[in-house]
Design a protein around this ligand. Structure first.
Ligand code: CDP
Ligand code: MG
Length: 136
């Protein structure tokens, strides 16, 4: 059993995709064990993307994540990390397979709608960051 983090980025929230994305997670028999709509702190977002601090897109992605409400979801299930990554699709939506969230609803890398943890270690770190109060 694993727990992973999904963030529905501001573009996903403003396009009313909270229900659609959550529906897909639940339809896969993965369990929602934490869920909240928040305005993310810049500090939290910068810590979240710390591995990308030196990349040219770092400021833009942090601006984007703080540009409006986001939804943080903790998702539990067998192989949840890998299953969720596959469901969200490739980082660049033009390379994302149809049937994935990004392949169905996104078009550009700067507005690719969701974040999901890349591996179990990242998931543990990110869950601590976004759900310091813990999950259910
Ligand atoms: O989100 P994911 O793990 O698939 O991709 P990442 O390589 O960890 O990059 C984090 C986020 O930065 C992406 O989801 C994009 O929102 C953004 N990014 C970007 O705007 N331009 C790039 N060339 C690469 C990433
Ligand atoms: Mg990543």
């Amino acid at each position: 059993m694993e727990t992973t983090l999904v963030l529905i980025k501001p573009g996903g929230v403003s396009r009313n995709l909270i229900g659609e994305i959550t529906r897909r997670i639940e339809a896969r028999s993965l369990k929602v064990v934490g869920l909240k709509l928040i305005n993310a702190d810049r500090t939290t977002v910068e810590a979240h993307y710390a591995e990308h601090a030196e990349r040219p897109f770092f400021k833009d992605v942090c601006d984007y994540l703080t540009s409006g409400p986001i939804v943080a979801i903790a998702v539990e299930g067998t192989n949840a990390v890998k299953a969720i990554r596959a469901m969200m699709g490739a980082t660049n939506p033009v390379e994302a397979t149809p049937g994935t969230v990004r392949g169905d609803f996104a078009l550009t890398i700067d507005d690719n709608l969701t974040h999901s943890s890349s591996d179990p270690e990242a998931a543990a770190r990110e869950l601590q960051l976004w759900f310091p109060e813990g999950t259910l």
